[in-house]
Design a protein around this ligand. Sequence first.
Ligand SMILES: [Zn+2]
Length: 259
Amino acid sequence: MTNYLNKPYGHSTVRDALDSIYHGKCAYCESIMEPASSGQVEHYRPKKNLIDDKAHPGYYWLAYEWTNLLLSCARCNGKKSNKFPISGKRIPGPGAADTDRLCKSEYLKAEQPCLLNPELDDPREYLRFNFAGELSARDDHIRGRQTIDLCDLNRDDLISARKEAKDWFQRMLEKYLEKVLSKPVEELRNSEACGKLVDDFLGPLFEFQEERTGAAEEYSAYHTYIMDNFERVMLPEFPEGDARKLVRLAYRRFRNSRP
Ligand SMILES: [Zn+2]
């Protein structure tokens, strides 16, 4: 076997390039890594010691393949380890064509990996969050379930961090909602005046929340989920009546104002 394990793939130039692509976030759990140098160069397909198939040599020919490298935190990387379950047929070795080494190649995709590939798969198709920051598989999809298990994406600290980010948004909405509710009833009953009130007081909070859906933001997938599903997952947290109506109005006006 070639000596491919002297770790040039872990060279700082490789890690720095991945750090830039992933905005310093773990490709699996979206935690920003502190210090930045704690990010690890992770092989999507393990380069050796495949846990799921002891007779397999591991994907040694992909040890230096750029499309097989991701940036991962130590927690996700350690948990995932050399596991790579598949639903299709295990590929025994390199393919005949140069392009067969690419993650997006039909040759590799035929394995039907259970682990979602952060560069190829849209997590929204397979995963969903709840109000408490927990992940689950959308429609109980096997790839969603296995990815959560493989990287332990519902570990306590991750759930807490996601929930805290959401709680802050909710607290701010409640705080500024009070200011709107303290206005004279005539203003709240006048649709034009009311629209301006929620735009002025609550609009900036939705703007801020939308900024947190940016790719460089920690837990951006969760923030995106909150914004896209606001009426279902967050609105019920506000008391029925004027409070809920105003927050709904603010959200809809904000969304309608976006291109
Ligand atoms: Zn991670």
